[in-house]
Design a protein around this ligand. Structure first.
Ligand SMILES: Cc1ncc(COP(=O)(O)O)c(C=O)c1O
Length: 333
């Protein structure tokens, strides 16, 4: 019997083999605390059970957001945290996780974590909602457990621009796994695209919808400038409803007076675009130098992309679109 063979091998192993002693982590954590259900915990003590629904079936939602240090003002600004927390609550609703719903409480918990770690520099933050049912079933909706992290982080991509491949993997669709929300399971799709792109010598991947329109990348939305028009795919074309995308749209319209086209984009429109850029909380606003080895524009950062990049980096510390209240001071003035 197979079971007996396995059992025999296991007991032989436990009697004869010396178990390896775990080594100390290679790199020390960059912060002392994480947050678990609103309580500060040591970085190493934030744990989830191995038989939880989240680990067995990939049920969970999260947010990724940024805070930026202003050296002039000696202040840290967290960017659109309330909007991210609202999306987290939306994500929970779509995948049916009975987690906390109060956006203000979630926001204050995260900012409290940053203060507890005394972080004064650019950073990346995460809020993750998992289902921690012991020996969980896929349809369990709770108990929900919330982890938050705030970790120092500089640029995600370098400033040299991205060589992008159109992936052979299709972007998942709202008929199967809704890309509109940040469900952890969605990231298998982007991961496959990134692995393929890296294998083929590219920096990043863009995925198309099942019906052949440009959707988005593994962790970023996409814009192009073509025939003098700024264009981006609609939220019904298999994309995350990106908060950076929304910020860029607002900045383009209000600060630059542009009329933006939100419409389906064909693959070959990218090949003949004057400018292409991707955007996301981690990716910020980053220019694309080529798509499938077809150079975009001059190969450098395009004029409109550069203006939007500057405006975005001003907005994150409250120097642009200040009336929107996007940049939230973390420390008392
Ligand atoms: C798949 C995907 N698309 C787009 C984005 C950009 O979204 P946001 O600007 O809200 O960070 C992200 C990043 O979170 C993402 O993971």
């Amino acid at each position: 019997m197979i079971w007996e063979e396995e059992h025999y091998e296991m007991s032989t192993l436990s009697e004869e083999a010396t178990l390896p002693v775990p080594e100390a982590p290679a790199s020390a954590p960059k912060v002392r605390y994480l947050l678990h259900d609103g309580e500060l915990v040591d970085y190493h003590d934030a744990r989830l059970h191995v038989l939880s629904t989240t680990l067995k079936y990939g049920v969970g939602v999260f947010e990724g957001f940024r805070a930026y240090w202003s050296e002039d003002e000696k202040q840290l600004y967290a960017f659109r945290v309330g909007d991210h927390m609202r999306r987290l609550v939306d994500s929970m609703r779509v995948v049916e996780i009975d987690g906390p719903q109060d956006v203000d409480v979630l926001t204050e918990q995260l900012l409290g974590l940053v203060r507890a770690n005394e972080l004064r520099g650019n950073l990346h933050m995460r809020a993750q909602v998992f289902v921690d049912s012991s020996d969980g079933k896929p349809e369990d909706t709770g108990p929900a457990t919330v982890f938050m992290a705030a970790i120092p982080m500089g640029n995600y991509f370098g400033a040299t621009g991205l060589d992008v491949q159109i992936s052979s993997w299709a972007r998942l669709s709202d008929r199967s796994m809704p890309p509109r929300i940040k469900s952890i399971a969605n990231y298998q799709n982007g991961r496959l695209a990134m692995l393929e792109a890296r294998r083929n010598g590219y920096d990043a991947a863009l995925l198309m919808t099942e019906s052949g329109h440009v959707a988005e990348g593994a962790g970023y939305n996409v814009f192009m400038v073509r025939k003098g028009r700024l264009c981006t795919p609609p939220t019904t074309d298999s994309i995350l409803e990106g908060i950076t995308r929304d910020s860029v749209l607002h900045l383009a319209r209000t600060e630059l007076g542009l009329d933006v086209d939100i419409r389906p984009i064909d693959r070959t429109e990218l090949y003949s675009a004057d400018e292409v850029f991707v955007c996301g909380s981690a990716a910020e606003v980053n220019h694309v130098t080529s798509v499938d080895r077809t150079p975009i524009g001059s190969g450098g950062v395009g004029e409109l992309t550069a203006r939007l990049q500057r405006l975005y980096l001003d907005a994150v510390v409250g120097r642009a679109a200040a009336d929107q209240g996007w940049a939230q001071p973390v420390y008392p003035a």
